[in-house]
Design a protein around this ligand. Structure first.
Ligand code: DGL
Length: 259
């Protein structure tokens, strides 16, 4: 492996970002680190998320010299991006945040359902996004921890997540949403469940396109883009240290994203 790009998430969610990074930059080498042993991060305190993220990146970097770190987790980005950049000052650290601004601009005063984790919704980074959107959109921001549990549980228990989402959407079902922001990287894997619970078509937005663009720009600026012509390598590590977890990560990686 040449210098890889480390792509990190609390578990399987960041694979939705990894897929797009590889689509755009297939000749880079990637090391995906999922911290399923400590997921979910969403309900944890900022200090806990910071410590877990620092530990995970230290673990992922053992024996490799990464050229960039992509925090493919909204919760960890909101809590830790600056701290990580200070810890790894010589390489770019790129994050992901909910694409509420993009959803707000897509229509004239849209009604937007912004789904994220509790940690993201209460973060300063998310509150700043809401302030920038102002009254250009009606934004309903809801934590959706059941989706993280569903994806981390290998997407077996669809009934439980549907029931939990139906209960949390119920107070807002009086009028339709124009769009749903998938503000947690686990959520693109459950877009079909969200659409089914809403019961009508909506546009989906997630932050991965911007993350991919920023990663490509940062690598180009630091003259670190791979020049190899062959397809790069991919290694998947999961802190759960179980073969079935790595196997499920590969299943998700091979599955087609519906958004
Ligand atoms: N995938 C993560 C995010 O984007 C967090 C999920 C969790 O561990 O709660 O926010």
């Amino acid at each position: 492996m040449n210098k890889p790009i480390i792509v990190f998430d609390s578990g399987f969610g960041g694979i939705s970002v990894l897929k797009r990074l590889i689509e755009k930059m297939p000749n880079e080498d990637y090391l995906y680190y999922g911290d399923s042993a400590n997921a979910p991060y969403g309900p944890r305190t900022t200090a806990e998320v910071q410590q877990l993220t620092l530990n995970a990146i230290a673990e992922a970097s053992k024996g490799v010299e990464p050229k960039a770190i992509v925090i493919a987790c909204n919760t960890a980005t909101a809590a830790t991006r600056e701290l990580l950049q200070q810890t790894y000052p010589h390489i770019p650290v790129i994050g992901i945040l909910p694409a509420v601004e993009r959803a707000a601009k897509a229509k004239d005063h849209p009604r937007v359902l912004a789904l994220a984790t509790a940690g993201t919704v209460s973060s300063a980074a998310f509150q700043n996004i809401l302030a920038r959107v102002g009254d250009s959109a009606e934004v309903v921001a809801l934590p959706a921890p059941s989706i993280v549990v569903y994806v981390e549980g290998a997407m077996k228990d669809r009934q439980t997540v549907k029931k939990a989402l139906a209960e949390s959407f119920a107070p807002y079902m009086d009028k339709p949403f124009d769009s749903v922001v998938l503000g947690c990287t686990h959520f693109p894997f459950a877009a079909d469940v969200i659409a089914e619970v809403l019961g009508y078509p909506v546009d989906f937005f997630d932050g991965s396109a911007l993350t991919v663009r920023q990663t490509e720009e940062a690598l180009t600026e630091s003259n670190a883009r791979s020049t190899q012509e062959r397809t790069g390598s991919l290694k998947i590590i999961n802190s759960g240290n179980r073969q079935d977890l790595v196997g499920f990560a590969w299943t998700l990686f091979c599955a087609e994203l519906k958004v």
